[in-house]
Structures are given as structure tokens and as C-alpha cells.
Design a protein around this ligand. Structure first.
Ligand code: PMM
Length: 263
């Protein structure tokens, strides 16, 4: 069964839900609602990684996420912390998060992998080539599937070297991170190269800009949510472990249709 990871952003400037849940009680209520809709993991983030966004710093990030992680973990939810900072990961795991979701794959803050190893958390390692501000300058590949797979293998090896148990590593090809437009579709076509590394795969396509090349520039959020439900099904057919989405109900229904089709 494909896991649904729900995006719980506690930020003023994320792709699509920025600002709506900056208030901790609103973010907690949102996380609870997404869990009731069928989310298996609540992925709490306190800093936007959207193209061109500005970093907020560890203190502010921790201030934003801590009450949300604490409350959702106390509910019994499986909570993931979406951060590339070791300090934030440490605080979040102490507050009950079981997964550290690092879009930089441990590159932005090398101490993060030590925190994961020390705490026994699971880590999701994203494919990343540098900060969002100028990531498109690094979007050059010989063969995107093979290149991303090779770079993710290095990140998994770094996690193992830090002492992370191999069963606690998930890899994410990083849709939208140092990849422009069509490169994202090419990467999704070549997922088998990443699956061949032997780790569970997490995919985040939800509401991302590259979807407009299928939908048109004027695509609404509802259209992007429908497209995300479709990419969730296609990813599930490829055998991915998890999809990270904003609209949990749409992806839940889409995956239920796939289950019914499979019988
Ligand atoms: N994308 C965003 C943030 N975190 N984490 C993982 N593992 N994979 C992703 O593709 C990913 C991520 C983009 O920002 P959003 O929270 O506004 O969707």
C-alpha cells in the first residue's frame, strides 16, 4: 500500500497554502483533519523551500514547528519534520517526530545525519543541488534518472557512514529541486533507476509548477490537485513507498480506485 504523507506547512510563504496555518492552533487542526482524511504521516515544515524563498533561521523554524509537532505526536500521529537543519531535527524528534524529511539529503547541514543516527529516527533524503534561490542554475544533467540515482546513492552512503540503519532510509528524487519543467517529467519516467538503489521511494509532486506543462499556465489549485491525484496513482503503479501531498482526500480516493482496479 502506498503511504500518504500530508503537507502541514507552518509558513507564511509556501507554494500553495502559505500563511493559512502560521498560527499553531490552525496548523494543528489542519494536521488533525488531514489525518482523519487518511494521511499516514504528517509532514510538518516551518520554512518554505519554494523557488526564490528566503531562509528563516533555526530559531524561528523551531518556534514555528515545535507546538505543532508536539500536539500531533501526542495524538499518536506519525509525524515527520521537514527540515534541513540538525538543530530543528533534534528538537522535533525530542518532541515526538519519528521521521526527518531533509530535501537536501543531508548536504545543507552535515550534522543532520548524526542527529538521525543518534536518535534512531527514519530519514527521507531528497535529491538537491543547492538552495532554492538559484537552484535552476544547477539544473543540468547528462541523463537525469542515472544522474539523480548516482547522487542519491552518495547521500544514502553518507547516511550509512553516519550510522543510520539501512532500514531507516527513504530516498526522494526531489521533483522541482534543481529541475526545470520537462526535466521533472523525464525524471518521473526514469524512476526505475532510483528504485534500483533498493530503498523505499517518496515522491512530492503536489501542486508543483511543472504540472502546468500538462495543464496549461492558467491551471487552478483544484486542477493541480487532480493532477497530483493522477501522479499519485502513476507513482503507486511504479511501486513507490509514499507520496507527499497537500490534498489528502483526493489522493486517498485516487489510490482507492487503483486498489479496486487491481482487485
Ligand atoms: N517538496 C517541498 C517541500 N518538502 N519534501 C520532500 N521529501 N519532497 C518534496 O518534493 C518536497 C519536500 C516543496 O514545498 P511545499 O511544501 O510547498 O510543497
Amino acid at each position: 500500500m502506498t503511504e500518504i504523507w500530508a503537507v502541514v506547512n507552518v509558513t507564511p510563504d509556501s507554494f500553495s497554502d502559505g500563511g493559512r496555518y502560521l498560527d499553531p492552533s490552525a496548523a494543528i487542526a489542519h494536521g488533525r483533519a488531514l489525518r482523519a482524511q487518511g494521511a499516514h504521516v504528517l509532514d510538518v515544515g516551518g520554512e518554505s523551500t519554494r523557488p526564490g524563498s528566503q531562509p528563516v533561521g533555526a530559531d524561528e523554524e523551531i518556534r514555528r514547528i515545535l507546538p505543532v509537532v508536539t500536539a500531533l505526536a501526542a495524538d499518536g500521529a506519525v509525524v515527520s519534520i521537514d527540515t534541513y537543519r540538525a538543530a530543528t531535527a533534534r528538537e522535533a524528534v525530542a518532541a515526538g517526530a519519528r521521521i526527518v524529511n531533509d530535501v537536501s539529503g543531508g548536504l545543507a547541514d552535515p550534522a543532520l545525519l548524526d542527529v538521525v543516527a543518534e536518535t534512531g529516527a527514519t530519514v527521507a533524503l531528497g535529491h538537491w543541488r543547492g538552495p532554492s534561490a538559484d537552484m535552476y542554475a544547477r539544473a543540468s544533467y547528462d541523463s537525469i534518472g542515472a544522474d539523480v540515482a548516482a547522487e542519491l546513492r552518495e547521500r544514502a552512503d553518507a547516511a550509512l557512514a553516519a550510522g543510520v540503519h539501512p532500514d531507516r532510509i527513504i530516498l526522494d528524487p526531489g521533483v522541482g529541486f534543481a529541475k526545470a519543467g520537462e526535466q521533472n517529467w523525464a525524471l518521473l519516467r526514469e524512476l526505475a533507476a532510483i528504485e534500483a538503489l533498493g530503498y523505499p521511494i517518496l515522491i512530492g509532486t503536489s501542486r508543483k509548477r511543472f504540472l502546468v506543462s500538462a495543464l496549461g499556465d492558467e491551471a487552478t489549485q483544484d486542477q493541480k490537485d487532480l493532477a497530483t491525484a493522477v501522479t499519485s496513482v502513476l507513482a503507486a503503479q511504479q511501486g513507490v513507498h509514499a507520496v507527499r501531498v497537500h490534498n489528502v482526500a483526493a489522493t486517498r480516493d485516487a489510490l482507492a480506485v487503483l486498489d479496486a482496479w487491481r482487485g
